[in-house]
Design a protein around this ligand. Structure first.
Ligand code: F3S
Length: 753
């Protein structure tokens, strides 16, 4: 679908010389991850070796992908960059805003009505700026990227944490915030701390009931949800080459669940088969010319402990199917231990729903193997005990599995076929009765199972497992059912046994689709008008933030002194606010409503220094803005940790907060604040946090001399008139100070300076 073979050939042309140079600079054999990183430096040819886990490095990704929820603000910002076209190939995918309720046709119609203005906006901006647009119903972003755009040795970023799925095709694909995507789309570099490397050696071969999903469920169990932080996970060994490309995608996808920067696999035959089956033989031909550069050096894989920061070894021949959960994806239980674990922890044994789908597990192979279990159950005369739903990963998959009779098989068991979209995986599931809050169990093949994620019910115990195990557990209706050893009773009361799943990795008759749901952008988008109704409550065109007036900020009031943890969720809540992601004014009504006020230990209750009364944080800030009064936010350690959501930086900027002064920042949030033209400052002396009082005013007395490496002086005036002076550190470099002066990084790009 209009993938750019010339761009891919260019990447491969550069690869050999850049990797050879990097090998010389580093002075040892290289992992695949290092090869991709060093061949995507912003500077082009490597000129130095980087320290893993230490150096910040500028990269030049090959592609960008955005999903509909995050694309809104990203594109609204991009429109300000003053570009006529995106600088790198970019796609937008409509998959998050479609609810699963009745079934695909009806649900899609409802979504098209409810989110029409958002879809129309995304479509018109894409058309105008050279962005490939995938319509609602076309499929889930990461399946579509794998089917159409991912390529071995490439680097891409995407505004969704499961962008990492493309590692299944040997890419380094990384989830980022909208602000990073805007930079790359605008032709700027993208910065990343040079990651650490975890090597996972896969021995043996998957067999019987065990699936690729079990590899990552096992890895998550070993590494836990934080174990991959700041690292790339690189898989290798005979077990890796023995599995399908989409199976590799599943494993990489859930790398997000262990906090990994991304995960990847070396180029092999499974990738050749997949690329060819998805119409990309020319990518195979190009990749084959540099195949040695698309995998780690042999010596690295022979002695991995010398080259990786950590090595894990798993024997696939002995691996058991796993069921991870509830409430966290790293709580792994092998199927043989589930009976005992469930009893010990009082998990409800009755399975109410089985769900197959999500970007993690919605490939042709996943559907085929799960259907083979359903087929057996039908033949054995078993009535399924739980309800069953599937979300195919793309229209291409849906159309092909319909042609191949797989959907008909599912339907024999009353399975609901939902839209080719995220659906229940992102809580877009109108599950009947979930509002009652009853304790219950569901099993699914998704990646995340945090409390309330699928159906909003905090008492739903969601377990993550492979699609074939979802099918078996839903048919049995029993979480402790072990299909390897246990029998089921059929409708005649006979004990029957399910055989291990079978299913083609790729459709033998090839993929087939009538309308994949792709809209190519206009060749010349200059005439395309982007329409946003001024009355819209979901979308709002952005106005550029005002440039700095060149003066010291004087008389700024304290808006809130946040106490303890203040994540991006505290600063800009998710949940129902999701619908305002494209409307900065409306979403700003959630600004800091989750932060705890240090003076009363309450959330969303701060003092309005003009009136002396207490009110919600956004209301107080709007009052300051209306009165032309500046304000600052004070925070504790690791302020802004969590997601890379740029709304957490844009909202305070939009409402007139001038500075955020904290003990320490989460780095991405600090950068986001800088990009939006805010002052992101840290106390030079942490203890100064305690000097801040509820009625304080702040004068930034030497802002006019703002310079790299030079702390800023802040004079605090307390309520009784007494004054104290403190120092605030910052990490702005020359060009970031340029962002501050211009009012935002985008203003600077747009000015062409
Ligand atoms: Fe969508 Fe769930 Fe993946 S929300 S992108 S299917 S993690």
């Amino acid at each position: 679908m209009a993938f750019d073979i010339e761009m891919i050939k260019k990447v491969y042309e550069n690869m050999a010389t850049r990797v050879d140079k990097a090998r010389e600079l580093v002075g040892r054999p290289l992992t695949l991850s290092e090869k991709i990183l060093y061949s995507h430096l912003w500077e082009g040819m490597p000129s130095q070796a980087f320290s893993r886990g230490k150096d910040y490095v500028d990269f030049a990704p090959d592609r960008v992908a955005c999903q509909d929820a995050t694309a809104q603000m990203a594109l609204l910002q991009f429109m300000h960059a003053g570009k006529s076209k995106v600088a790198v190939p970019t796609t937008v995918h409509c998959d998050h805003l479609i609810q699963a309720k009745v079934g695909a046709t009806t649900d899609l119609e409802v979504a098209n009505k409810q989110s029409k203005e958002v879809f129309d906006f995304l479509s018109s901006v894409s058309n105008k700026y050279g962005i490939g647009f995938w319509k609602p119903g076309s499929g889930i972003i990461h399946q579509i990227v794998l089917e159409n755009y991912a390529f071995p040795g490439g680097m891409m970023i995407g505004t969704d944490s499961h962008t990492v799925n493309a590692g299944g095709l040997g890419m380094l694909a990384i989830g980022v915030g909208g602000a990073d995507a805007v930079d790359v789309m605008s032709g700027m570099s993208w910065e990343l701390k040079f990651p650490k490397l975890i090597g996972v050696k896969l021995n043996g071969k998957l067999n019987g009931w065990t699936a690729p999903k079990d590899v990552i469920l096992k890895v998550a169990d070993i590494l836990t949800v934080k174990g991959g932080t700041g690292a790339i996970v690189e898989y290798f060994g005979e077990g890796a080459t023995n599995m399908s490309c989409t199976g590799k995608g599943t494993i990489c996808n859930m790398g997000a669940e262990i906090g990994a920067t991304t995960s990847t696999f070396g180029y092999d035959d499974s990738m050749r088969r997949y690329l060819a089956a998805t119409g990309r033989q020319d990518v195979v031909d190009a990749a084959d010319t540099v195949s040695d550069y698309l995998t780690g050096d042999a010596e690295v894989y022979a002695n991995p402990s010398q080259y990786f920061d950590q090595v894990i070894e798993i024997n696939l021949s002995e691996l058991e199917p796993h069921i991870n959960g509830p409430f966290t994806p790293d709580r792994g239980t092998p199927v043989s231990k589930m009976k005992e674990e469930a009893a010990k922890n009082d998990w409800p044994l009755k399975v109410e729903w089985g769900l197959i789908g999500s970007c993690t597990n919605s490939s042709y192979e996943d559907m085929a193997r799960a259907a083979s279990i359903v087929e057996q159950a039908v033949a054995l005369g078993i009535t399924p005990k739980a309800e069953f739903g599937i979300n195919p990963g793309s229209e291409q998959i849906r159309h092909t599995i319909e042609r191949d009779g797989i959907i008909a098989t599912f339907e024999k068991m009353g399975t609901k076929v939902f839209t080719n979209a995220c659906g229940p995986c992102i809580g877009q599931w109108d599950r009947e009765g979930s509002d009652k809050g009853e304790k219950n169990t569901i099993v699914h093949s998704f990646n995340r199972n945090f409390s309330k994620r699928a159906d909003g019910n905090p008492n739903t115990h969601a377990f993550v497992t492979s699609p074939e195990m979802v099918a078996a557990l839903a048919i049995s209706g029993d979480l402790s059912f072990n299909p390897i050893t246990d029998t089921l009773l059929n409708d005649k009361g006979e004990a029957v046994k399910l055989h291990p799943p079978k299913g083609d990795e790729l459709p033998t008759k090839g993929f087939s689709v009538e309308d994949a749901g792709y809209q190519a952008p206009a060749a010349d988008g200059s005439h395309v008008e982007v329409v946003v109704a001024p009355t819209s409550e979901r979308l709002q065109l952005l106005a550029p933030f005002e440039a700095w007036d060149g003066k010291n900020i004087l008389g700024a009031k304290l808006l809130i002194k946040a106490f303890g943890k203040c994540t991006t969720d505290h600063i800009s809540m998710a949940g129902p606010w999701l619908r305002f992601r494209g409307h900065l004014d409306n979403i700003s009504n959630n600004m800091l409503i989750g932060a705890v006020n240090a003076f009363n230990q309450e959330a969303n209750k701060v003092k309005n220094q003009i009136t002396g009364s207490y009110d919600a944080v956004p209301a107080v800030q709007r009052a300051y803005k209306a009165a032309g009064i500046s304000s600052i936010v004070v925070g504790d350690h690791n302020y802004g940790e969590g997601s890379s959501r740029e709304h957490a930086a844009m909202e305070p900027r939009f409402l007139g907060v001038k500075a955020v002064l904290v003990k320490s920042f989460a780095r991405i949030h600090e950068t986001n604040l800088k990009k939006q033209g805010m002052l992101a400052l840290t106390f030079a002396h942490e203890a100064d946090y305690d000097k801040i009082q509820e009625n304080d005013s702040f004068d930034f007395v030497d802002l006019i001399n703002f310079a790299p490496g030079r702390p800023l002086t802040i004079e605090i005036t307390h309520e009784n008139g007494s004054k104290e002076t403190i120092l605030a550190n910052h990490t702005y470099n020359e060009s970031q100070i340029g962002w501050f002066k211009a009012g935002s990084a985008l203003n600077l790009i747009a000015s062409g300076k």
